[in-house]
Design a protein around this ligand. Sequence first.
Ligand code: CUA
Length: 328
Amino acid sequence: MKVRSAALLLTVTVLGGCAYDTPMSTVSTQSDFGRAILGVYALITWICAVIAVIVFALLAWVLSRYRDRPGAGLPRQIRGHTLLELSWTIAPALVLLVIAIPTIQVIFRTQSQTPPGALEVTVRGWQWWWEFRYPSLGIVTANELYLPVGQPVAFRLEGPDVIHSFWIPRMGGKRDVVPGRLNQVSFTPDEAGDLWGQCAEFCGASHANMRMRVVAVSRPEFERWAAQQKAAPPEPTEAAAEGRAIYAKSACVGCHTIRGVSAGVIAPDLTHFGSRKTLAAGIRPNTLESVTAWLLDPQGLKPGVKMPAVGLTPAEAKSVAAYLLSLK
Ligand code: CUA
């Protein structure tokens, strides 16, 4: 039984280690902001580990040394020992000081103003999706954030509806997106990778479904992406043209932008929808099947979603899905 429990404990511990390098790991980081926080975290963890060892060793010694021995009577009692009293007051104060100095330094560093030469990105948290605007590049996209490795990025966080929290665990700490208040955060991605971000402030029914894909890429790759996003969407092929005609006549146009086709602003910009890998803020792969299912019953896939079913037949939905996916 004991062996089985020990084996189980070991397995759980070892498997826990497998989660170390996940796309949402907070202990495996790839930006200056993330590293700064991880540095404080590591320092505190090591200090706590040393304190724990000392405390448990002392405890074991006291338990053994002063255990009840038959006929031995009470051990010698100590009262009002000035040196002891002073040392257990000063020691924790010193520990707090050692923790406080780097903590405050990192707080100031991660709150500092936009670094020069930063790429500006305006982040808008909507119920329940993310809008990303690159004002200097004239790009608007949703739920997929492309970042160039090695360049500082300055995010302006704007909240059009309720409070959300912008969080890319591998890039650093969270920052709230608050309506009527401009929050900022900046960091420099230092490694390419395909990561995930997540809204970290409860914001209603689909809070858990408010994800973002974060793609950190090399400078040339970023420029390729930016050029593609800036370009007009491709002219639809014959099959997609039918979908475009249905889209243009439907209620979709009131909320969504597709450059040259519709100009709605309260829902994700779909101009380059087909270039995204995920749908509905990261909850589905962006495939013909899932886009069709989404158009027919968004509520069924994402509870509370603001997008209504616009009354398309299954054939029409498939046609519109094909058109949207052609928008590379
Ligand atoms: Cu947005 Cu939770």
